[in-house]
Design a protein. Structure first.
Length: 73
């Protein structure tokens, strides 16, 4: 979650949840990522979502991921 929060655009007057809900593109290139299937865990909004992938829970409208130069296989 910290990785997502560090790349959030600055939008005065919007909560973090509103920003995440409106995101359609996420730039995560050059972050040395090796796994995208990280469960949301305790940070999820509900206990039913705790086992869901973190990107699916926090960015439901996400359409494009920029993942160049990472360690994904």
């Amino acid at each position: 979650m910290d990785m997502i929060m560090s790349v959030l655009p600055k939008r005065p007057g919007m909560s973090k949840k509103e920003i995440l809900d409106s995101m359609t593109h996420l730039h995560l290139q050059d972050k040395k990522l090796y796994n995208l299937n990280v469960p949301a865990g305790r940070e999820a909004y509900s206990t039913a979502d705790q086992d869901q992938p973190i990107l699916k829970i926090f960015t439901p409208n996400l359409q494009t991921l920029y993942l160049q130069n990472n360690l994904l296989t």
